[in-house]
Design a protein around this ligand. Structure first.
Ligand code: SF4
Length: 227
């Protein structure tokens, strides 16, 4: 077989297809990076669906090109999260609060937090040492299911058990990006809120960012209740 005209032709065709795929991949990466770069600079999302799929499909290559252009990984990841949130926002707004869940990372707790870990995560004792307690109260008053999660295992278990239609995940950039990808795969509408400081203890976040996201789609219902 080897060395026959048919075999040579087959090798040639396979080589050509591979080359076309590689060139297509490089071109797609360049388009994705160019659109991302332009969107970040202009503060507007251009062709969001193409960019979102492109970022997932060409991640390694896109990152390499970004580095060449002076755009760091963090900026690209932050952009991907903002893009994800923008694309999910209208679907998220349609989900009633009692079908939504929020996962807050335990690292936001005070180092002297008296709460204990339970099978449902950390149950806040409202000791006032950190801002979690008061915000959990506000979010639960809106109708949310809120968990203080020690890690992704609890999140996966609670999502499986309670089957929320939409989830707000709070965490560092990498955690949020990975969480949003997992939620996408599970067909759950995900929104991400990134903490201001990474780490294992006493991290920080802008609670207003979380409240603003949590209130999406709920204002009309709240206004009707209050009128
Ligand atoms: S408010 Fe809640 S989470 Fe924060 S330190 Fe106190 S018990 Fe822990």
């Amino acid at each position: 077989m080897a060395g026959t005209p048919i075999f040579d032709q087959l090798v040639y065709i396979v080589g050509e297809i591979t080359l076309i795929l590689i060139i297509g991949f490089i071109l797609l990466s360049i388009v994705v990076v160019a659109l991302s770069f332009y969107s970040i600079r202009r503060g507007y999302f251009y062709l969001p669906r193409l960019v979102k799929s492109g970022i997932v499909a060409t991640e390694g290559m896109a990152k390499g090109i970004c580095k060449l252009l002076g755009l760091d990984d963090k900026e690209m990841t932050a952009f991907a999260i903002r893009l994800h949130n923008a694309m999910n926002q209208s679907d998220f707004e349609k989900v009633p609060a009692d079908k939504r869940a929020i996962f807050i990372p335990q690292c936001l707790r005070n180092a002297d937090c008296p709460a204990h870990l339970t099978p449902e995560g950390i149950i806040c004792r409202r000791c006032g040492r950190c801002e979690i307690g008061s915000h959990v109260d506000s979010l639960e008053a809106l109708g949310y299911h809120v968990w203080i999660a020690p890690g992704s295992t609890l999140i996966k278990r609670m999502v499986k058990q309670y089957r929320p239609q939409a989830v707000i995940g709070v965490g560092c950039m990498i955690e949020v990006r990975e969480g949003l990808e997992l939620l996408d795969k599970a067909n759950i509408i995900g929104m991400g809120v990134v903490t201001l400081k990474d780490g294992c203890v006493e991290t920080m976040m802008n609670w207003q960012d979380l409240m603003d996201t949590a209130l999406l789609g709920l204002e009309p219902a709240l206004n009707a209740e209050n009128s």
